[in-house]
Design a protein around this ligand. Structure first.
Ligand SMILES: N[C@@H](CCC(=O)N[C@@H](CS)C(=O)NCC(=O)O)C(=O)O
Length: 204
């Protein structure tokens, strides 16, 4: 199994999941800034020119959330996903989609308008709108968490991984996380040994 990624990007999610499930994998760093993702040989792996990608035999999988789900399903003993068809699974899916659409999306919008787009294409006003959308999501996450340790019951799942990654992205971009409950939750997730190992692997 091989994971292609770039340090401090969405590929951290894939490495984190691989470490959580104890998968043995090769890691290849793709130089995003140098344009390696948009050239051969990587562009044949992901025609979208983005990381992460996971390759295992015939399978070529992109989209960080799909890769995390694949790893969870491939290594069921790690229990990162509740049984398909269960109420717990429905809730984990709900929070995974929430992470991708209500947290990842505004963070990606503000990141593009802060540093990805050429200066002439950036619209500074959009950054404030995205920060406002993210703040609403933090409030909703706080309600969802209540006094729980994880977002669904007492077990760490793919949803926590995706939410934890979005929260670390927010912190890196100084986007306020205005909730003690959410901050305490984020710190629990960031301290997980699997994430520490994933970050060390992508830095090596
Ligand atoms: N929805 C995709 C987004 C992937 C994505 O945008 N990755 C960024 C790094 S975080 C990238 O490779 N950007 C390079 C580019 O847009 O050219 C996922 O979750 O995997």
């Amino acid at each position: 199994m091989k994971i292609y990624g770039h340090v401090n990007s969405r590929s951290t999610r894939a490495l984190w999941a691989a470490e959580e499930v104890g998968a043995s994998y090769e890691y290849e760093s793709i130089d995003l800034m140098g344009g390696a993702a948009r050239r051969e040989p990587y562009i044949s792996i992901n025609p979208g020119g983005k990381v992460p990608a996971l390759v295992e035999g015939e399978l070529v999988l992109t989209e960080s959330a799909a890769i995390c789900n694949y790893l969870a399903n491939r290594f069921p003993e790690a229990s990162l996903l509740p049984k398909e068809g269960s109420k717990e699974r429905a809730l984990v899916d709900r929070w995974s989609y929430f992470a991708m659409t209500e947290m990842d999306a505004p963070l990606w919008t503000l990141t593009k308008h802060k540093m990805i787009y050429p200066e002439g294409k950036r619209v500074p006003a959009i950054i404030d709108v995205a920060i406002g959308e993210f703040a609403r999501s933090v409030q909703l996450l706080e309600k969802g968490l209540g006094a729980q340790e994880f977002i669904v019951g007492s077990r760490f799942s793919v949803a926590d991984l995706l939410l934890g990654h979005c929260l670390s992205w927010a912190k890196a971009f100084q986007v306020p996380i205005d909730s003690d409950i959410v901050m305490a939750y984020a710190k629990r997730l960031w301290a997980r040994p699997a994430l520490v190992r994933a970050r060390a692997r992508e830095m090596a």
